[in-house]
Ligand binder design. Structure first.
Ligand code: DMJ
Length: 648
């Protein structure tokens, strides 16, 4: 216990006279004062000083990092300028841009990120590394500047792989733990090297995707690469079947043989399972038919006939417009539980496959069923300038939900298959061509607009006469389809429109911080807009979809303009940076606007192998005979089917 009179504080009152400025006086005076202190007081002072020193050392990196986090490096010509950006005082609109996903762990924030191809890299630096740090600028000007810089062959830091086991769909605690692995070794940018390297890069990507599928999801529908597991949809080995012809085209024979063995020994359609008519037609029937054509192996035709026959009960409806779902084991079909409607795109995008099945088997029932659907839709009321609504009733055979028109989800491939059936059948079925041409006029009249500030041509939507500048990534099939039509003799202005829309679809990638497109964008149309593209929080995901790469392939084949390949190369690299999972496979992501934390969804869609990687390969291939567009027509899942010889 201390005596109550004893004071437990340090008094530093300086008294006395003399030269206050002399060093010696100060030293003596301090020492005197120190000696006058009690031992406890001296110990207290020493302890406090030591504590301050320890804290100072420990917090130093955090403080500096915090400072760094509040800055954006802005490259001004040669020099670099650090600008302070304080999130708390960001404009309200920028705050809204902050991701919904949980904050990443601090190590992830601290990791030195230097991502994106050279061009994108510079744009990102200007914008800051997070989506909520935005510097007002014109992204297209920036992209052009970046294109110039590409010529200098700078080093690209290959982005980081996503580590498995670190995140799952839907923002769970695991997701918050998601870490990005230490960046891989620096690698040369291949963008100006021979196409061989790009083809190899696609084969590498396929092998990596296949590795994950083989290890964790073999024979199942879809790989869940983060949790190293799988997801079932129909229970029919969807990814494996969707990928068969891709492996053949990419000349991955070993992988192909393993898959073929599974098809011959394990695949059975005699299963009590409900499948979606459209999805199983385009992925399974289409995949088996194209593999049969590429390989000549009857195994695949037998399997195609089996699944095709099992899907036929879907057409037993009062209107002959098929139900959405079929039980392929029981031979029963039904609409979704909540409606007797089917989706227009679904019932009008199964024709290429069933028609081809009839041709190969000489059994006319398949073709008769799907042709009837087209004949009915051709005559239906409720179109606007050739544009179709999104739903059709299986009882009445009439369109429902009238007045809403889109080229995106639920209507997209109706337009694609009008043209492609016409091509498949040797350009004889004039009703199909008429409907296609009329629909394109409908698009031009009702849906085609320009964005601000860069006048990008885009395809919006119409709802009861009201225009919406919303465009799904799915619409990016259109440049390719337009170009294909022009190649087959349709008006040259289709090609011009294709080029304009191709630029727009590319910008949907290039204007995002990850260089990957979101699922849906909204274009700005009012003068004085800062950027062309806005993305709502709920629309920021990327599912590894193929449409833009598909169109790049067509545009390159027909124009030989190398910029389409370069755009594709940029996109492939960004898939590798933000969606590749270290233990195998690629994953859909939640947020294309946050390169720090794109937030993996733990799912690799079968179309990534069936379509996206196949179109990348064909885009980079110099061989126009590798699936010649004068001999084949691709179904909507990228499975090539032959254009029928003119006699048929
Ligand atoms: C694919 O299954 C097909 O391309 C379909 O037509 C649209 N959706 C996916 C790819 O995005």
């Amino acid at each position: 216990m201390h005596s109550p009179s004893r004071k437990e504080f340090v008094s530093l009152t300086f008294t006395g006279s003399g030269n206050y400025n002399s060093k010696q006086w100060r030293r003596q005076s301090c020492w005197r004062k120190w000696k006058q202190l009690s031992r406890l007081q001296r110990n207290l002072i020493l302890f406090s000083v030591a504590l301050m020193l320890v804290c100072g050392i420990a917090t130093y990196p955090t403080v500096t990092e915090h400072f760094r986090g509040l800055t954006v490096v802005v490259k001004e010509d040669e020099g670099h300028v650090l600008k302070l950006v304080i999130p708390e005082v960001l404009p309200e609109s920028d705050k809204q841009n902050q991701p919904l996903v949980p904050e990443p762990p601090s190590e992830q924030k601290r990791a030195p990120h230097k991502r994106g191809p050279p061009g994108l890299q510079n744009r990102l630096q200007k914008k800051g590394t997070r989506s909520d740090i935005q510097v007002e600028e014109n992204p297209i000007q920036e992209a052009k500047k970046a294109d110039k810089e590409k010529g200098e062959k700078p080093l690209v830091k290959r982005g980081a792989l996503i580590e498995a086991d670190q995140a799952t769909e839907g923002g769970t605690a695991k997701e918050a733990e998601n870490k990005v692995a230490v960046p891989a070794v620096e690698q040369e940018d291949h963008s100006h090297e021979p196409e061989f390297d790009r083809l190899e890069a696609v084969r590498d990507a396929f092998r990596h995707a296949w590795k994950g599928y083989k290890e964790f999801a073999w024979g199942q529908d879809e790989l869940r690469p983060i949790s190293k597991s799988y997801g079932e949809w129909f229970g029919l080995g969807l990814t494996l079947i969707d990928a068969l012809d891709t492996m053949w085209i990419l000349n991955l024979r070993e992988e192909f043989e393993e898959a073929k063995t599974w098809v011959s020994t394990e695949l059975s359609f005699n299963k009590n399972v409900d499948v979606n008519l459209f999805e199983s037609t385009i992925r399974i029937l289409g995949g088996l038919l194209s593999t049969y054509h590429l390989t000549g192996d009857a195994l695949f035709l037998d399997k195609a006939k089996d699944i095709g026959t099992r899907l036929m009960p879907a057409f037993n409806t009062p209107s002959k417009i098929p139900y959405s779902d079929v039980n392929i084991g029981k031979g029963t079909a039904h609409p979704p539980r909540w409606t007797s409607d089917s989706t227009v795109a679904e019932v009008t995008s199964i024709q290429l496959e069933f028609r081809e099945l009839s041709r190969l088997t000489q059994d006319t029932r398949y073709r008769a069923a799907v042709d009837k659907v087209m004949q009915k839709v051709h005559k239906l009321e409720g179109k606007q300038d050739g544009l179709v609504p999104m739903f059709i009733n299986t009882n009445s055979g009439q369109f429902t939900h009238l007045g809403v028109f889109t080229l995106g989800a639920r209507a997209d491939s109706y337009y694609e298959y009008l043209l492609k059936q016409w091509i498949q059948g040797g350009q004889k079925e004039t009703e199909l061509l008429e409907d296609y041409l009329q629909a394109l006029e409908g698009v031009k009249k009702n849906l085609l607009k320009k964005s601000s500030p860069n006048s990008l041509t885009f395809v919006g939507e119409l709802s009861h006469g009201q225009f919406s500048p919303k465009m799904d990534h799915l619409v990016c099939f259109l440049p390719g389809t337009l170009a294909l039509g022009a190649h087959h003799g349709l008006p040259a202005d289709h090609m011009e429109l294709a080029k304009q829309l191709m630029e727009t679809c590319y910008q949907m990638y290039a204007q995002m911080e990850t260089g990957l497109s979101p699922e849906i964008v909204h274009f700005n149309m009012h003068e004085g807009s800062i950027r062309d593209v806005d993305v709502k929080l709920a629309d920021r995901h990327n599912l590894l979809r193929p449409e833009t790469v598909e169109s790049l392939f067509y545009l390159y084949r027909f124009t030989k303009d190398r910029k389409y390949r370069d755009w594709g190369w940029e996109i492939l690299q960004n898939f590798n940076k933000y969606t590749k999972v270290s233990t195998g496979g690629y994953t859909s992501i939640n947020n294309v606007r946050d390169p720090e934390y794109p937030s993996p969804r733990d799912k690799m869609e079968s179309f990534f192998l069936g379509e996206t990687l196949k179109y990348f390969y064909l885009l980079f291939s110099d061989d126009p005979e590798l699936v010649s567009l004068d001999k084949y027509v691709f179904n909507t899942e990228a499975h090539p089917l032959p254009i029928w010889p003119s006699a048929e």
